[in-house]
Design a protein around this ligand. Structure first.
Ligand code: NAD
Length: 356
């Protein structure tokens, strides 16, 4: 298979973790006879320094022309004083919009070897935590009208939340398709007891479920979902929800797994091209010190192979190699317990390549 991958190394630890992830892809290419061509696409603070903008048009074009995109992370204190329309994170929003990425997928899985890092009670973690949050990414209140104005002698602020049936249907379809490949259970999260958008959400998801008789559909209010996630996360397989609820629940889910450096994510639109990235940021506090955990980025590459290129065996291979290295006791600083030996970003990458 021949694929072109746009590579956004980004800022902070971005170049370090992306370097290790690409080295893993090189091993996969050699082992399975594939050809991956990497095209650099500058974005973030480094792009502001070089081109004056966080996402140069040429970078967006490179991403649009590629079969998929791998991103490290962008941002850092150096660019915090930029006007809001020119901050590094703006590049990310422009990229998501430009690639029309309406679905964000975040798996939350507790690795058995890292069960001690899970902040939940051991008997809860022992039941197994392995679910995916499917979040709508370009609709809802984040993309509605925002305004602040004077009324009756005080300030009033309004943010508009809206959803259309097709916006709901397309993200729900992703959730049902994903559940088919997993444990066949979708939990749709809303606030249908209060919000009209949620009532439309529930009705639309319920109608779509008729096309997926093999998948069980449950509805849950978002406040209950937040509680259930810490009370018994083993009940979840695929969670699908709107943008604001998904933002909050996916962060809660990532905390349950115990380490920010372990969690991959992907954002998808129509078609197979996706944007794959670790859930964490650019970690400026450890940048350039060979301390970053590259596993989240390496697992993002595994997601890319499986979800965008249909290379499941190769993806399994990477995930098994990560499992093997963790089983052998190797830990980066973020996942090491007190007294455990710590290895750096480069050595973690090398160990995973060896396991492959
Ligand atoms: P962060 O995720 O960068 O870091 C939070 C903490 O987790 C830090 O202590 C960091 O050292 C640690 N950490 C993160 N990733 C790690 C890894 N792979 N290995 C080991 N430790 C790791 O969040 P932050 O400090 O709030 O943000 C830093 C910058 O990143 C900000 O400029 C922010 O805007 C940006 N950011 C970018 C993205 C993105 O590019 N998608 C996402 C979140 C934050």
């Amino acid at each position: 298979m021949e694929k072109t991958i746009a590579v956004i190394r980004g800022d902070g630890i971005g170049p370090e973790i992306v370097g290790e992830a690409l080295a893993i892809l090189d091993v996969i290419a050699e082992k399975y006879g594939h050809k991956f061509t990497y095209k650099e696409a500058p974005m973030g603070g480094n792009a502001i320094d070089r081109f004056g903008v966080p996402l140069p048009d040429e970078s967006l074009q490179t991403c649009l022309a590629a079969d998929s995109v791998l991103l490290g992370a962008v941002g850092g204190p150096k660019w915090d004083s930029q006007p809001s329309e020119n901050r590094p994170e703006r590049g990310l929003l422009k990229l998501r919009g430009g690639m029309k990425l309406y679905t964000n997928l975040r798996p939350a899985r507790v690795f058995p070897e890292l069960a001690a890092a899970c902040p939940l009670r051991p008997d809860i973690a022992a039941k197994g935590i392995d679910f995916v949050v499917v979040r709508e990414l370009i609709g809802g209140v984040y993309f509605g009208e925002h305004k602040t104005f004077d009324e009756n002698g005080e300030k009033k602020a309004v943010d508009v939340m809206s959803y259309t049936e097709h916006e709901i249907r397309r993200v729900a379809r992703v959730a049902f398709e994903m559940a088919r490949k997993r444990r066949k259970r979708v939990t749709s999260v809303d606030k249908a007891n209060v919000l009209d958008t949620s009532r439309l959400w529930r009705k639309t998801v319920t109608e779509l479920a008729e096309e997926y008789p093999d998948v069980e559909l449950l509805h849950m209010y978002v406040d209950n979902a937040a509680m259930q996630m810490v009370r018994d996360p083993s009940q979840f397989d695929v969670i699908v929800t709107e943008n604001l609820f998904g933002d909050i629940l996916s962060d809660e889910a990532s905390q349950i797994t115990g380490s920010i450096g372990m969690n991959p994510s992907s954002s998808m639109g129509d078609g197979t091209r996706g944007l794959y990235e670790p859930i964490h940021g650019s970690a400026p506090d450890i940048a350039g010190q060979d301390k970053a955990n590259p596993i989240a980025t390496i697992l993002s590459v595994a997601m890319m192979l499986r979800n965008s290129f249909g290379l499941s065996a190769e993806a399994d291979d990477i995930e098994n190699a990560v499992d093997a290295v963790l089983k052998a006791g190797y830990r980066c600083g973020d996942i090491a317990r007190r007294g455990e030996a710590v290895i750096g970003c480069k050595e973690m990458g090398r160990r995973i390549r060896e396991a492959l």
